[in-house]
Design a protein. Structure first.
Length: 608
């Protein structure tokens, strides 16, 4: 399938490597790739079977592991050794799990480390269990593609925290996959729909994902190829399984002779699926006729659908947006095939929903597109480039503070918080530099602007967020915003403008040649800046509050300040640090008293 290449060094034929996209779902998982000829993302399937692999793992008595449909068949007969919904356990400690009604045993290891699942005499953590699913996916993909698969992009829900993302990465590694990137499921869905690729205008997309056991809705903002999840809301215990349960309960009430069974549940799923394209379901079963009309089904699931709509409202509110701000609504997850779900989501957002891409596959397809971009094949879709030199701003003492390091893939975005160094400072000068040296004087200045109108506050209290955004065309937008007052300003620069390859090379060389001297210079400047700031704050404090101190405290403080002042004129950073420590030691008790007063006064001033 892949293109054939010749390795010039060995003279041998080699197939081009492939990076796959993987949707590791709670209920189903699958692999997709970018088709080398058609240049379209496709889900991998064997012959004409389904692309979906149930995310279920069965441990046989002989100690072997079975994954997918074969494991699903063991759910009813071997509940204790058949594991489902592992994704809900990823990165979780025992105490994190509120609901714990699994047919397999989750054990409390009495630590705050990850939960384990006990099967037979052994126990497994969720990373090991997920790795089994990923191994199966890898093997399948290799079998279908007839080539080794070693690299992957794996999707996770937008609400996954760092621990859960790391757990997913580890599972990939354990399965023998090099996980190049973990991407958000709603982002992948947007990519599969091709949204945001060629839009210059910012777009707001609501991604509604109703799967087997979980529901989440994400509000994603797209701007020049950058995906930002503004908010997410949902319920990790709400999905198609609940629809199935509702149908089973309905039949049990209608037919008192029936008993809950796996077989009855399978018919419930069948009924649900049939009602996606017809209005009535009928099936003889034991001594009764199982029947379900679309009206009755809709009535059964209405409360569940309502709950998802409330989540949509919460997500919008959290993003600070209204329905009118949403440009597009995407349907993701197998359960969005239910007609009532589509209707009601469309009604809620007051616009038609997008459901043209297979909802079971859409996330994996998006992952495959991202994989192809990382492989460097899809250049025309998203312009991925790198920054030739680091970009940053000047901070106290003329130091370069890098926000976007050189060789970062663009488009990219970075932000950092700064504060003022003087009491009552009303403006901050933002100077943007490009280059690799530690002191800005050795780098290239690109732009400078001032954030004005910061309300008077003690030094250190304002929160100034400086953000850098480089779009796919290499245009840098620098914005500064004081978060307490909301004052903001921004500027656009062309960082690459006028720089030749020779310039870049010269700047890199000089940074290498001067690396050691730069590090020393930076350390000294940092120490001097800190020392100066400490002197300023102490001075300001004394001028306002000297009455609060004893004569002895005043004298010892003055002596320590003098010693620090002297050390600043020399070039020994260790001496400066020592003198700062001494002053801090003396002033700490009363400085803390004073800070409290200063902060409460400042709060009154800004009318919070
Ligand atoms: P997950 O993201 O949780 O892994 P999926 O997106 O694969 O889950 O969705 C699985 C759910 O979709 C199951 O509850 C399944 O019964 C349901 N489903 C699949 N096809 C249909 C259909 N035609 N009508 C209704 N529900 C469906
Ligand atoms: Mg899913």
């Amino acid at each position: 399938m892949g293109k054939i290449a010749i390795n010039i060094a060995t003279g041998s034929l080699q197939k081009e490597e492939i990076i796959v996209g993987i949707d590791l779902g709670t209920t189903n998982s699958l692999v997709a790739i970018m088709h080398p000829e058609s240049k379209k993302a496709v889900a991998l399937r064997e012959h004409n079977s389904s692309s979906l692999v149930p995310s279920i793992i069965h441990f046989t008595e002989q100690g072997t592991v079975v994954v997918g449909d074969a494991a699903k068949e063991k759910l009813a007969s071997h509940p204790a050794s058949t594991i489902y919904s592992v994704k809900r356990l990823m990165g979780k400690a025992y105490n994190d799990l509120q609901k714990n009604k699994t047919s397999y045993q989750i054990i409390d290891t009495n630590t705050d480390s990850l939960v384990r699942v006990a099967i037979g005499g052994k126990s497994y953590n969720p990373v090991e269990l997920s790795a089994e699913i990923l191994k199966e996916l890898k093997t399948r993909a290799e079998h279908i593609l007839k080539m080794p698969v070693a690299k992957a992009v794996i999707t996770v829900p937008a609400y996954f925290n760092d621990t859960q993302r790391q757990a997913t990465r580890d599972a990939g590694k354990m399965a023998g996959l090099d996980v190049l990137r973990i991407i958000n499921e709603p982002t992948a869905a947007c990519m599969a729909y091709g949204i945001g690729v060629n839009n210059a205008e910012p777009q707001v997309v609501a991604v509604y994902d109703l799967g087997g056991g979980t529901f989440d809705v994400s509000i994603v903002q797209l701007q020049q190829g950058i995906f930002e999840v503004l908010s997410t809301h949902g319920n990790t215990y709400l999905g198609g399984d609940d629809f199935d349960n509702a149908i089973v309960q309905y039949w049990l009430t209608k037919h008192p002779t029936l008993q809950a069974s796996q077989e009855l549940r399978l018919w419930a799923i069948e009924a649900k699926k049939q009602l996606s394209s017809s209005t009535n379901f009928e099936q003889p079963f034991q001594d009764v006729l199982l029947q379900l009309s679309i009206e009755d089904f809709n009535q059964l699931i209405q409360p569940l659908v309502n709950e998802t709509l409330q989540s949509c409202q919460s997500a919008l509110t959290d993003a600070g947006l209204t329905i009118a701000d949403v440009n597009t609504v995407l349907m993701v997850g197998g359960s969005t095939r239910v007609p009532l779900v589509k209707q009601q989501v469309a009604q809620f957002f007051e616009k038609a929903v997008n459901d043209s891409v297979n909802p079971d596959e859409v996330v994996a397809l998006g992952a495959a597109i991202q994989a192809d971009i990382l492989a460097g094949n899809t250049k025309d879709v998203l312009l991925l480039d790198v920054t030739p030199l680091s970009l940053g701003i000047e901070t106290m003492g003329g130091l370069m503070d890098v926000l976007i390091p050189r060789n970062s893939k663009i488009p990219t975005k970075a932000g950092r918080q700064y504060t003022t160094s003087k009491d009552g400072q009303s403006g901050i000068i933002i100077s943007v530099y490009q280059g690799e040296r530690d002191l800005v004087q050795h780098n290239r200045k690109l732009a400078e602007f001032t954030l004005k109108g910061i309300p008077a506050m003690p030094a250190g209290l304002p929160k100034v967020e400086v953000s850098f955004l480089i779009n796919a065309d290499g245009i840098l937008q620098v914005a500064a915003k004081e978060l307490r007052s909301g004052v903001q300003t921004q500027i656009e620069v062309k960082p690459q403008y006028g720089i030749t390859d020779a310039d870049v090379e010269a700047m890199l060389l000089s940074s290498l040649e001067n690396a050691e001297a730069d590090i020393k210079a930076r350390a000294l400047v940092e120490a001097q800046t800190e020392g100066e700031q400490l002197l300023q704050t102490t001075e300001a404090f004394l001028s306002k509050n000297s009455g609060l101190l004893t004569q002895a405290e005043l004298l010892s403080t003055a002596a320590a300040m003098q010693a620090l002042q002297l050390s600043l004129t020399m070039t020994d950073k260790d001496l400066i640090h020592a003198k700062m420590d001494e002053l801090n030691e003396i002033s700490r008790p009363f400085a803390e008293r004073v800070m409290d007063v200063a902060i409460s006064t400042a709060m009154k001033g800004t009318k919070i």
